[in-house]
Design a protein around this ligand. Structure first.
Ligand SMILES: Cc1cc2nc3c(=O)[nH]c(=O)nc-3n(C[C@H](O)[C@H](O)[C@H](O)COP(=O)(O)OP(=O)(O)OC[C@H]3O[C@@H](n4cnc5c(N)ncnc54)[C@H](O)[C@@H]3O)c2cc1C
Length: 334
């Protein structure tokens, strides 16, 4: 069995299969696990430049977060919010929802899920063919892999581009029709670093109410036990991100920093260091499905789809739950 995508959906699926005695192989094109649950290090200081905190209410997801034993839990983070803007995942702030982060970075969770799994990193699935009884996978380095059971745990657009060349069959046409409905919004992010003597504010997250450019500012260094500098991660609005997705950061970075200066104070306009990142398939912007898909093909092959859009919770909780639910269905159908 092959699982493509080592984000929280693919890892949760693989974890549940391994716990049940299966031996899936997980491929990911990136150098490490986690996908959008990403922590970068600058001079050793962790910076969460994708997911900024976990939130959820499903017991299985909360238990999985409890099993992270390599990092310091920051229960309740973010605690101090400012701004009247709409949270990207409004559910995060509803009653009964738990929120948390990790002082060593959000990456601690996918790394825990990945323990003991057979991973092939820096391995991109480039194309997919349906053989008589198998799928034939071609990876970026030209290697071929065959499997009769394949899970794609990728953003919807990336799954769509892989399945669109597969033959027209009733099952695959239905998969393509479902994928047409699932779309994501891009998100440009900027890591802005300031010296420790900078007079920074004491909130955790800002949701600006009147900005066409910045939709969220995360005071990332507030999560760190020891820090060498103050760090803010700025997430750009979907509209701004869409407009500049293919532009070099030099074309839009100053605009974001000027806006950050207007929102946070003039000190914020001139960080000592910046790093920009493009999340081309950032966040779900369509209604999600209520569960993962598992289809059987006439040759006996099984194709499963999971990811944040295959559970109504959205966010990492949805990714995790969809992967786990898919594993359960794979095990039930033998
Ligand atoms: C800026 C930003 C902030 C966010 N903040 C939060 C937050 O605070 N809380 C929250 O709950 N959610 C947040 N989200 C949403 C959250 O990131 C996603 O819901 C969740 O991480 C999706 O997990 P996934 O496993 O479905 O996909 P991903 O994490 O995207 O994993 C997909 C994996 O597939 C790999 N891949 C793609 N194509 C191929 C290929 N052809 N071959 C091999 N590998 C491939 C990718 O490298 C990636 O590792 C945020 C998203 C963004 C962009």
């Amino acid at each position: 069995m092959v699982i493509v995508g080592a984000g929280c959906a693919g890892l949760a699926c693989a974890r549940a299969l391994v716990d049940a005695g299966e031996q899936p192989v997980v491929l990911d094109k990136a150098r490490g696990v986690g996908g959008r649950t990403a922590t970068r290090r600058v001079d050793g200081q962790p910076i969460d430049h994708g997911v900024i905190f976990y939130h959820g209410s499903h017991p299985a997801f909360l238990e999985a977060l409890e099993r992270v034993d390599t990092a310091t839990r920051l229960d309740g983070w973010p605690e101090t919010l400012v701004g009247e803007g709409r949270a990207c995942l409004p559910r995060a702030f509803t009653p009964g929802e738990r929120r948390l982060a990790f002082a060593e970075g959000v990456i601690a969770f996918p790394k825990t899920l990945a323990r003991g799994l057979e991973l092939r990193l820096r391995t991109q699935l480039r194309s997919l063919v349906v053989g008589e009884h198998d799928f034939e996978l071609e990876t970026g380095d030209g290697a071929k892999i065959t499997t009769d059971s394949l899970v794609l745990a990728l953003p919807a657009e990336q799954t769509r581009s892989l399945v669109e060349t597969l033959p027209a069959t009733r099952e695959l046409d239905s998969v393509r029709a479902v994928l047409q409905m699932l779309t994501t919004e891009p998100c440009l992010t900027v890591i802005a670093i300031y010296p420790l003597e900078t007079p920074v504010p004491d909130w955790d997250v800002m949701y600006p109410d009147q900005s066409e450019i910045v939709m969220l500012a995360s005071h990332d260094s507030r999560k760190r036990i020891e820090k060498q500098f103050h760090v803010f991660v700025l997430q750009c609005s979907a509209r701004f991100s869409r407009r500049h997705m293919n532009d070099e950061p030099s074309m839009w970075l100053d605009t974001v920093l000027r806006e950050t200066g207007r929102l946070l104070g003039v000190w914020a306009q001139k960080p000592s260091l910046t790093q920009a990142h493009r999340w081309r398939f950032g966040r779900a912007n369509a209604f999600p499905l209520s569960g993962p898909l598992l289809v059987g093909l006439p040759g006996g092959q099984a194709l499963g789809l999971a990811g944040e859009m295959f559970d109504s919770a959205l966010g990492v909780e949805a990714a995790y739950l969809s992967g786990r639910a898919l594993a359960k269905r794979i095990l039930e159908t033998g």
